[in-house]
Design a protein around this ligand. Structure first.
Ligand code: NDP
Length: 333
């Protein structure tokens, strides 16, 4: 006698690109069918942010790119286990796919259990969806490059960025002073108040102009560069001798401009950081320990998720326009 095995087919939607180019032109929404695969965990994606690197993948200018197209962007997000043959995961668990570049803007995905870690549902949708890239980047840069002591000062540009906001909050947690440089804007007072509100009484927020006009600026023990270009000059000049500038972003799309004299006479150290590299070099245990630490800070409200606009997949065009103001999170139906 034969038992009929029913394999459920899920019909869902995904955002794909078939050629590299302007995300607004090459990204398309399509329907697709998917079934659980033997030995894999079927994950229903719940939410995934649109980060600058996702757009760079689609443009073909990011070091990680799909070998075969079409594929989907999406480097981080949270999903729920829908079908599992793994003893490590059960239906209903919230998971972070340990993706390191792309592929997550899909309603459902089959993944190996080694490509997943569990995440606490109490964190809520937006925190869980955005915990994997920006907060760990901030944490690693604050802890892995300089042996900072409480009371030391960290300076950064791109203070309004997701990473920058996490830096401000983590500096307060670690007893560090922070100076964040931001671009001038019409609602400057509001943005400054918001960023200062993320930190503590040792949190300073300055525009690029205010920073340049400072007399006797404080010497800093670590500098974090999100922007590159000429913006780096001020950061380097603010660094103490033999201290490190860590570059993690190039939002200005300009190369680093480094004053020669500080490089030679002050022995300034220039390093780069890439979360994707750190993640591939880490064990699952190290990742779980880090996400558990960051998760506990979110649960204690010492870290808060970024302000985002939640949008449906059908509205994705709004989020992929370059230089769009605001941060978007795709929420899957
Ligand atoms: P967000 O989308 O949250 O913020 C973007 C930031 O860039 C804002 O502070 C914005 O400032 C600033 N910005 C935008 N355009 C320019 C410009 N032309 N000149 C100067 N500043 C500009 O970004 P994320 O925090 O998600 O990412 C920030 C950068 O960090 C990106 O380059 C990203 O790829 C990189 N990154 C790198 C990681 C790594 O592992 N190396 C990990 C995570 C992020 P404003 O408010 O004035 O518009």
């Amino acid at each position: 006698m034969f038992h009929k095995i029913l394999i459920r087919t899920y019909t869902s939607q995904r955002i794909i690109f078939s050629e590299f180019g302007n995300p607004a032109n090459v990204l398309k929404l399509e329907s697709y069918n998917i079934e659980p695969e033997n030995g894999k965990v079927l994950v229903k994606m719940l939410a995934s942010p649109v980060n600058p690197a996702d757009l760079n993948v689609v443009q073909g200018v990011y070091p990680l790119k799909p070998k075969v197209l079409p594929d989907s962007p999406g480097a981080e997000g949270v999903g729920v286990v829908t079908h599992s043959e793994s003893a490590n995961f059960k239906e209903g668990d919230w998971v972070l796919p340990l993706n390191v570049g792309f592929g997550l803007w899909k309603g459902y995905i089959n993944l190996k259990d080694s490509e997943l870690i569990k995440i606490d549902k109490n964190l809520g949708l937006i925190t869980a969806a955005t915990i994997q890239v920006n907060p760990p980047t901030a944490l690693r840069m604050l802890t892995d490059f300089e042996k900072l002591q409480p009371g030391d000062t960290v300076i950064q540009n791109g203070g309004t960025s997701g990473v920058g906001r996490a830096v401000i909050q983590l500096c307060a947690v670690l007893g560090l002073k922070s100076i964040s440089i931001i671009r001038n804007r019409s609602n400057l007072d509001e943005v400054k108040a918001e960023l200062k509100g993320l930190g503590d009484s040792n949190t300073v927020v300055l525009t690029e102009e205010e920073f340049r006009e400072q007399r006797n600026p404080v010497k800093c023990q670590l500098a974090l560069n999100c922007v590159s270009g000429k913006s780096v000059i001020g950061l380097i000049k603010a660094l103490d001798n033999s201290r490190t500038l860590v570059t993690y972003g190039g939002m200005s799309k300009q190369p680093l401009v480094v004053p020669t004299s500080n490089f030679i006479f002050n022995d300034v150290q220039l390093k780069g950081f890439w979360m994707a590299r750190w993640r591939t070099q880490s064990t699952v245990k190290e990742l779980e320990t880090m996400f558990s630490y960051l998760g506990s800070l979110f649960l204690q409200k010492k870290l808060v998720p970024p302000k985002v606009e939640q949008i449906k997949l059908t509205e994705f065009q709004k989020a992929v326009v370059e230089n769009s103001s605001g941060k978007y999170v795709l929420v899957f139906d």
